[in-house]
Design a protein. Structure first.
Length: 281
């Protein structure tokens, strides 16, 4: 299906950002934050509706004919990245999407732009900055990226993503540095969110082990991959050294309540990934 063939037209009554009064959906599981945003926007003459669960956002945007969505990223049920991706698929660039979130590290901002947010605003936010972003002339993230000069990628790491029944397989080959791991995890996070996959098999081949996960901030990308409830990540490697590194990652994930496991064979990894998969999707 082409990128534009399944876009839903803006709902009837939909107005463009820049109008005096806008319809704005506020999506945040912190009800105090949502109430503060609602009061600020109502004082400016905008109409607002609040939702507190990721799975309720699209329905509210449809019913309210929203012009703007203020979207927290770390929400229950469905995180803001997945919601933003679905909004872009449904409305194209007709709806402005702004992240208002405590997820403010570079990895979070990068992925927000990749999945279609127009702007990223870190909490605690400046109310005047927020109001300005709502009424700026529309310039979608895709257009902003098109205007940026192409960046050369000197990395020689190779990776592929393949969709299978029930899971996404990612193969990484020739990784030797933490920067290459970061590049791979960025790409994997975007791919997984774009197709809505919560079952991930990562197979690492002909690569050096990376142990200092925290030092290189690689855990932030793992956090992105695991931010949706029910997500599982299985790690497989072709060498004892990389498997030892994977066991270290598994330990860190366990301490944080994340579902990551290391396996010797892909057969065992897939068997674990597909257990109760229907409950997670």
């Amino acid at each position: 299906m082409s990128p534009t063939s399944h876009l839903k037209p803006p709902p009837a009554g939909h107005s463009l950002p820049g109008a005096k009064q806008l319809r704005i959906v506020i999506a945040d599981d912190d009800r105090d934050t949502a109430a503060s945003l609602e009061a600020l926007l109502n004082d400016e003459g905008h109409q607002t509706r609040c939702v507190y669960h990721g799975r309720d956002v699209l329905r509210m945007v449809d019913n309210f004919r929203a012009d703007v969505v203020l979207l927290d990223i770390g929400m229950p049920g469905k995180n803001g990245y997945e919601v933003a991706r679905e909004l872009r698929e449904r409305y194209g660039n007709a709806t402005r999407i702004i992240a208002v979130t405590a997820w403010a590290k570079s990895a979070h901002k990068m992925l927000a732009e990749k999945v279609g947010f127009d702007h990223h605003l870190a909490k605690p936010y400046d109310p005047q900055e927020l109001l300005a972003l709502i009424t700026l002339p529309m310039m979608p993230a895709l257009l902003r990226r098109a205007k940026e000069p192409a960046r050369r990628n000197p990395s020689r790491v190779r990776y592929t993503f393949t969709r299978h029944a029930g899971y996404l397989r990612a193969e990484l080959t020739g990784r030797s540095t933490a920067a290459e791991t970061e590049e791979f995890l960025q790409a994997l996070a975007v791919e997984a969110l774009q197709i809505g996959s919560r079952r991930l098999l990562i197979s690492v081949r002909a690569s050096d082990p990376i142990f200092r996960v925290e030092e290189y901030s690689l855990s932030e990308y793992l956090k992105l991959l695991l931010s949706n409830p029910g997500t599982r990540v299985a790690l497989v490697a072709d060498s004892p050294e990389v498997r030892a590194a994977h066991e270290y990652v598994e330990t860190i994930a366990f301490q944080r309540g994340a579902d990551v496991r290391s396996y010797v064979t892909e057969k065992d990894a897939v068997g674990w990934l597909l257990v109760d998969r229907d409950e997670a999707n």
